[in-house]
Write a new protein. Structure first.
Length: 261
């Protein structure tokens, strides 16, 4: 399911709903089938059964991050795009949100982003976690931000805008792992603090064999071509030598017959 929002009024309503769903529990809605309400409840939902309620500090940080991400809905995808004014690709979108809301500078590409942060299982996803997917271009070549309730926000592809999607179907099939960049922890004063995992570099997500670069793939193709050409030349030379030997034998046999006669 994909939800596209074009009205600024609806966008602002969505942002506020998400913020409120994090800071204060929402227990009732005027219309339970309203997709905007569905998005709002997603931010307070989690697959972690025993998760502790977020602290005020963490609430503010995560709310700001989600507010930033949802406010960009409707921005067009642009390959290599880094700003809303020029357009954003998947990793540019994630990087922009984290940088402007939390002051965290993530790597530029999805593949590099998959190498930082704390590795998280799909059953332990929480709002704000980064989720990575495999595509035809290789492993971890697409990334989005999980917002809860089995939904994530992403900048999908050329011709589409930043939108909210379900983590199901092909997205679930091509899911390759998740990373947590921030997490709430208790401090010595019985308060809480937001821990930053962006410097963790030893929990990279798996990379399959198909994730080789075009350059390496081209080299292997050329190597196979060279071996094939070499084999053909070798066979051709061998065949030529064999023909020459056969011709020489035939010529010698004729000469012997003439001498005898």
């Amino acid at each position: 399911m994909k939800i596209k929002i074009t009205s600024k009024k609806i966008i602002l309503s969505t942002i506020m709903s998400i913020v409120l769903s994090i800071i204060t529990p929402i227990t009732a809605f005027a219309d339970e089938d309203d997709p905007i309400n569905s998005i709002a409840t997603s931010s307070s939902s989690s697959n972690v059964q025993d998760a502790k309620p977020l602290s005020k500090k963490s609430q503010d940080a995560i709310a700001n991050m989600l507010m930033q991400s949802v406010s960009l809905m409707g921005i067009a995808y642009k390959w290599g795009g880094n700003t809303p004014t020029t357009g954003l690709d998947c990793s540019g979108f994630v990087r922009y949100v984290y940088q402007n809301s939390l002051g965290i500078n993530l790597p530029r590409t999805a593949a590099e982003q998959a190498k930082v942060g704390k590795r998280i299982g799909i059953d332990n996803l929480e709002p704000g976690d980064l989720i990575f997917f495999n595509t035809k271009r290789g492993s971890n070549t697409h990334v989005g931000i999980y917002i809860g309730d089995n939904k994530f926000i992403q900048s999908p592809r050329t011709g589409e805008n930043i939108q909210i999607s379900d983590l199901s179907g092909n997205w679930r099939k091509n899911f390759n792992g998740a990373k947590r960049i921030v997490q709430e922890n208790e401090d010595s004063d019985n308060g809480t603090e937001l821990q930053n995992f962006q410097n963790i570099r030893d929990e990279a997500l798996p990379v399959s064999a198909r994730a080789t670069t075009k350059k390496h793939s081209k080299k292997r193709h050329e190597a196979r071509g060279n071996r094939s050409t070499s084999t053909k030349k070798s066979k051709s030379k061998s065949s030529t030598k064999s023909v020459k030997k056969s011709s020489n034998k035939s010529s010698n046999a004729k000469k012997k017959k003439k001498k005898k006669s």
